[in-house]
Write a protein that binds this ligand. Structure first.
Ligand code: NAP
Length: 306
C-alpha cells in the first residue's frame, strides 16, 4: 500500500460497501438499481457509483487509480463494461481462468490475500439463462451440450462461445467480417484446448441456412434489433429459423426484438438478455460480499420471475 493509498483509506469504513461501475458512456446503466437492491436485501450499507471514464490516457490513469483503490481496500468491488473490459486486464494482480480465456474482465474484487482479481461473470450468467431457456436442471459440463449457432463475434460473443464450448457444445460462429469470427474461434479453441468443437464463417444467408440443420440453440450477439434501430434483425426475412432450436438474444432493449418475435411466432422457445444482465450482477455481488449470489433479488428488479 502506498502512502497516498493509506491517506485515501482513512475515510473508508469496512462496514460500508463502496461499489461501482467503470465504463464509457454510462448514461443508460441499470447497475446501480441492481446492486442497491442487493445491498438492501442483504441488510448491508453501501453505495454503487458510476465512473464514466473515457478511453484515453487520462482515463487509463484514472482506471489504474481505481484498481489501486481496490487493492488498498478503499473500494470493495467494481464492475467493468464497454470499452474497458480489456483495459483492466493488465492492471489487476490475477485473472480468473474464465476471464483469461475470454480475454475480458467485467468484475474486479479484492481477494482474501489483498490482491486485486479480475473475473468474468458474463459467462456463468449466460449459461445459467440458456440452461433455463432449455429447461436444463443440471449444471454439469457436457450433460446438456448440443449444437449452437452464434451470430456476431464481438466482445459478448467471446463469453458466449467460450461458455458453450467449455460446456461441450459444438459451436459455429458467423460474423460479417469472417476474419473476426475466425480469430475468435482460434483464440477460444486454444483456451478450451483439446475437445473444443468450434468453427467460424461469414454471416451470409447461405451459411445461416447450412448451419440451421441440427441447430439446437441460436444466439444473437450482434446489436441488430437493439434500440433505437428496433426494426433490425440478424436473420434474413425469407429464411426460416432453425427448426426446433431455442433462440437467445443478448439484447434486452427492446425486451422482444424482431428476432425473438419471429422465433415465438414460429413456435420456438426464446428469451432476451435481461436475465443474463441481472445474473452477471448477482455473481459479481457474491464476489464482493462473500454471500450467495442474490439472483432472485436482482431478477426482481427487472420484474423477472422464473
Ligand atoms: P461488440 O463487441 O461491438 O460486437 C458486436 C458484434 O456484432 C460484432 O461482431 C459486430 O461486427 C457485429 N455487428 C454489429 N453490427 C452489425 C451488423 N449491422 N450486421 C452484422 N453484424 C454486426 O458488441 P457486444 O459487446 O458484443 O454487444 C453486442 C450486443 O449484446 C449488444 O446489443 C449488447 O447490448 C448486448 N449485450 C448484452 C449483455 C447482457 O448481459 N444481456 C451483455 C453484453 C452485451 P463488427 O465488429 O464488424 O461491427
Amino acid at each position: 500500500m502506498t502512502g497516498r493509498d493509506m491517506v485515501r483509506c482513512d475515510i473508508s469504513r469496512p462496514d460500508f460497501y463502496r461499489l461501482g461501475l467503470i465504463g464509457y458512456p454510462l448514461g443508460h446503466s441499470r447497475s446501480p438499481e441492481l446492486h442497491l437492491a442487493a445491498l438492501a436485501a442483504a441488510g448491508l450499507a453501501g453505495e454503487y457509483r458510476l465512473y464514466a471514464i473515457p478511453p484515453d490516457d487520462v482515463g487509463r490513469a484514472e482506471i489504474a487509480q481505481k484498481v489501486a483503490d481496490l487493492r488498498a481496500g478503499c473500494l470493495h468491488g467494481l464492475n467493468v463494461t464497454i470499452p474497458h473490459k480489456q483495459t483492466v486486464m493488465p492492471l489487476v494482480d490475477r485473472l480468473s481462468p474464465v476471464a483469461g480465456a475470454v480475454g475480458a474482465a467485467n468484475t474486479l474484487y479484492r481477494d482474501v490475500d489483498g490482491l486485486v482479481a479480475g473475473d468474468n461473470t458474463d459467462v456463468p450468467a449466460f449459461l445459467r439463462n440458456v440452461q433455463r431457456l432449455l429447461s436444463v436442471e443440471s449444471h454439469q459440463t457436457g450433460s446438456w451440450a448440443g449444437s449452437a449457432l452464434v451470430l456476431g463475434a464481438g466482445g459478448s460473443a467471446r463469453a458466449v462461445v467460450y461458455g458453450l464450448g467449455q460446456a461441450g457444445w459444438q459451436v459455429r460462429a458467423l460474423a460479417r467480417r469472417v476474419e473476426q469470427a475466425a480469430g475468435l474461434v482460434a483464440e477460444i479453441s486454444a483456451a478450451i484446448g483439446q475437445g473444443a468443437r468450434l468453427s467460424a464463417g461469414e454471416l451470409s444467408p447461405a451459411n445461416l441456412q447450412a448451419a440451421s440443420a441440427g441447430c439446437d440453440l441460436l444466439v444473437n450477439t450482434t446489436p441488430l434489433g437493439m434500440f433505437p434501430k428496433v426494426e433490425g434483425c440478424p436473420w434474413p426475412e425469407d429464411l426460416p429459423l432453425p427448426e426446433g432450436a431455442a433462440v437467445y438474444d443478448l439484447i434486452y432493449n427492446p425486451l422482444e426484438t424482431v428476432l425473438l418475435r419471429r422465433a415465438r411466432t414460429e413456435g420456438l422457445s426464446a428469451d432476451n438478455g435481461l436475465g443474463m444482465l441481472a445474473d452477471q450482477g448477482a455473481l459479481a455481488f457474491a464476489r464482493w460480499t462473500g454471500l450467495e449470489p442474490p439472483f432472485a433479488v436482482m431478477e426482481q428488479v427487472f420484474s423477472l420471475s422464473y
